[in-house]
Write a protein that binds this ligand. Structure first.
Ligand code: NAD
Ligand code: ZN
Length: 272
């Protein structure tokens, strides 16, 4: 029956010169997208326990560059020169300067509609967790409270010798001179760098929550850093449905039930 319908459609297009203009293709795409958005909104409303996983793309509409992609940070800088323990050991001043610059960019940025939609969703759900790879603090500024910043926070420093953490302010190059108040060793950005392990307690919180989650919304992550992909896979294996919001197709989109191909700031507010 299915094949018959396809054959009929094909014949009709072939012999009757069906006017499938770019406008009608565009309309069909928009209609399909709207249908998906409606289905996702219903899934969000029905879900009892919701996890949101975000990456750099969610802050792009706030003016913060992503890492990969055309205008990403890693086009101009090599990760191994700036975001590894070896880089910090070799040239702490360079690393601090780079983070100081990024801190200023983050400070000047404002949360966008995507951050606000995620904060609003948290208020609707008794069981909610936001897992973010972003270090820019914009989720908190938008009102998110139940969140795990798995890559750390750019406004925090951490002692290289003990586990003491300090708030890092916006004075010119403040972190360069910062010494640990507890043991006087040098302070480094409290960021999880390439080649470093995630904090076990953070991961435990994420995995425990995802074992019981019925819906995962992923947005703004390329999935190249493996943790968002793995967390999503784990939730999916436990029966969660997955929505991916990203203009591009990624490894996360491949395993999602719905891929809403558009900017987070436009799409996420329509789901909440
Ligand atoms: N020191 C560091 O800076 C450092 C070190 C280690 C790891 N990392 C991490 O690596 C991670 C990289 O992974 P990532 O996935 O977060 O960033 P990414 O740059 O790899 O990917 C960004 C994704 O966002 C999408 N996107 C672009 N605009 C969007 C929009 N408006 N709405 C929704 N999506 C949009 C892109 O299509 C892309 O898939 C970062 O989170 C970063 O924390 C950074
Ligand atoms: Zn110390």
């Amino acid at each position: 029956m299915g094949q018959f319908v396809i054959f009929q459609t094909f014949e009709f297009v072939l012999f009757h010169n069906f006017p499938l203009s770019p406008v009608s293709i565009h309309l069909n795409c928009n209609q399909a997208m709207q249908t998906d958005i409606d289905a996702c909104r219903a899934a969000v409303a029905a879900a009892k326990q919701v996890a949101v996983i975000t990456g750099a793309g969610v802050s792009k509409e706030s003016g913060i560059p992503t890492f990969r992609g055309k205008e990403g940070y890693w086009k101009e800088n090599r990760p191994e020169d700036l975001a590894t323990p070896a880089a910090f050991a070799a040239n702490p001043k360079l690393v601090h300067e780079w983070y100081s610059h990024r801190r200023t960019v983050c400070h000047q940025a404002e949360p966008n509609a995507a951050h606000r939609a995620i904060a609003a969703l948290e208020k609707q759900k008794a069981q909610f967790l936001l897992i973010t790879q972003n270090v820019d603090g914009l989720h908190k500024r938008a009102g998110s409270r139940r969140l795990v910043e798995v890559h750390g926070n750019i406004f925090r420093g951490r002692c290289t010798a003990c586990s003491y953490t300090v708030d890092v302010n916006l004075e010119p190059e403040p972190a360069i001179a910062l010494q640990c108040p507890a043991c006087a060793a040098n302070v480094r950005p409290d960021i999880v760098w390439f080649g470093e392990s995630y904090h076990p307690a953070d991961l435990q919180t994420c995995y425990q929550f995802l074992h019981h989650t019925d819906l995962v919304i992923v947005s703004g992550t390329s999935g190249v850093v493996q943790i968002p992909l793995h967390l999503t896979q784990v939730a999916r294996e436990r029966g969660a449905r997955v929505i991916d919001v990203n203009p591009d197709n990624t490894a996360v989109s491949e395993l999602a039930d719905w891929h809403l191909a558009g900017p987070a700031g436009e799409i996420l507010p329509q789901l909440v």
